[in-house]
Design a protein around this ligand. Structure first.
Ligand SMILES: [Zn+2]
Length: 343
């Protein structure tokens, strides 16, 4: 089978391709013939490398995987050959106190396909059956490959961590990023008043079709001032900030008393300078979040099944064009998801 492999960190061209044997499923594993694999910002970190962090190279990237069950290993009872499935990329032991309590994202042995283990930019993958769910019948493989990382991360941030409630106000940075698109949809289904920022007018225009109430172009105005004016100087209840250095302090200032800032990343830098008095004077909560639970995954899938959440697909590429897709993602020339199609 064909596999895209990162052997050493570097530019998009450093992605190489090789032929590998098709794995045999072990007991309780399902062998999936992969049909589609969604790309994430995470793929760029894995390819470029992160100072002070060691990725287990060589590594097959790709975390958002859909496909067809090719073979079920010994002991698998929930799936049969030919089932259309979607894979939850989170790996966990299944037995520790966190896993048993339904908080598998806190498992000491937590990992992620495409980051700590080989992911979906290859033709076949064998995974434990507890990571596998039936793909809702109305979703195509490429639509399914838009779901896991963005929507599970967004669900855990907004519902699990920030505890959003109807009627609250929320500021979501970075219109156009996959996780922001997911946050807007989840905030909309919970009945929040939604403010969205972007430095791109085009991305704000496209965001209007997804949801949101106020659209703040940060190349023309200060989002902090705009929020202040739009909320009668009160500020918002919740800010989602996965940008980091350029926005973080103004995000804190944009919160009302008792507000919550939640973050799943810092794409523009994580060395933050913070004036702590805003946090204690205003009773703020700063909430870090990585991915989500198996329960979040199942809940998100249910909302796709009922049509409350929808996939926002930018484009599809062949596996052979993965380097080009990485370059486009790096230049932020995408809105929503880029999905690699497997033969
Ligand atoms: Zn565990």
């Amino acid at each position: 089978m064909r596999a895209a492999v990162i052997k050493q960190h570097g530019p998009p061209e450093s992605i190489s391709f090789e032929d590998r044997p098709v794995p045999a499923p072990e007991a309780m594993q399902v062998l999936v013939k992969i049909k589609a694999c969604g790309l994430n910002h995470l793929d760029l970190w894995v390819r470029r490398g992160v100072p002070g962090h060691k990725f287990p190279l060589p590594l097959v990237p790709g975390s958002d995987i859909t496909g067809i069950v090719d073979k079920a290993g010994v002991g698998v009872s929930r799936f049969k050959t030919g089932d259309r499935v979607i894979i939850d990329p989170a790996l966990s032991c299944g037995y520790c106190a966190s896993c048993q309590a339904g908080r598998n994202h806190l498992c000491a042995r937590w990992g992620l396909l495409g980051e700590t283990d080989d992911g979906g930019c290859q033709e076949y993958l064998a995974v434990h059956e507890r990571q596998v769910s039936i793909l809702p019948s109305q979703l195509t493989f490429e639509q399914g490959a838009c779901i896991p990382i963005n929507f599970v991360t967004a669900w855990q941030m907004l519902v699990g961590k920030a505890g959003i409630r109807p009627g609250e106000t929320i500021l979501i940075h970075g219109a156009g990023s996959g996780v922001s698109v997911a946050c807007i949809q989840i905030a909309k289904m919970h009945g929040l008043q939604i403010f969205v920022t972007s430095s791109s007018e085009e991305k704000l225009q496209r965001t209007r079709l997804i949801g949101g109430h106020r659209f703040l172009n940060t190349s023309k105005e200060s989002f902090r001032e705009a929020v202040r004016n739009l909320t009668g100087k009160q500020g918002v209840d919740v800010v989602v900030d996965h940008v980091g250095e350029p926005t973080f302090m103004d995000s804190i200032r944009a919160l009302k008393k008792g507000g919550r800032l939640v973050s799943c990343g810092a794409t523009a830098g994580s060395e933050l300078k913070i004036d702590w008095k805003h946090v204690f004077f205003k009773n703020l909560a700063l909430l870090g979040s990585t991915y989500g639970t198996r329960g979040d995954f199942c809940e998100v899938l249910r909302h796709f099944e009922s049509g409350k959440l929808t996939a926002v697909l930018d484009s599809t590429v062949k596996l052979a064009d993965l380097a080009r897709a990485h370059a486009a993602l790096e230049e932020r020339a995408v809105f929503g998801k880029t999905v690699a199609l497997l033969p």
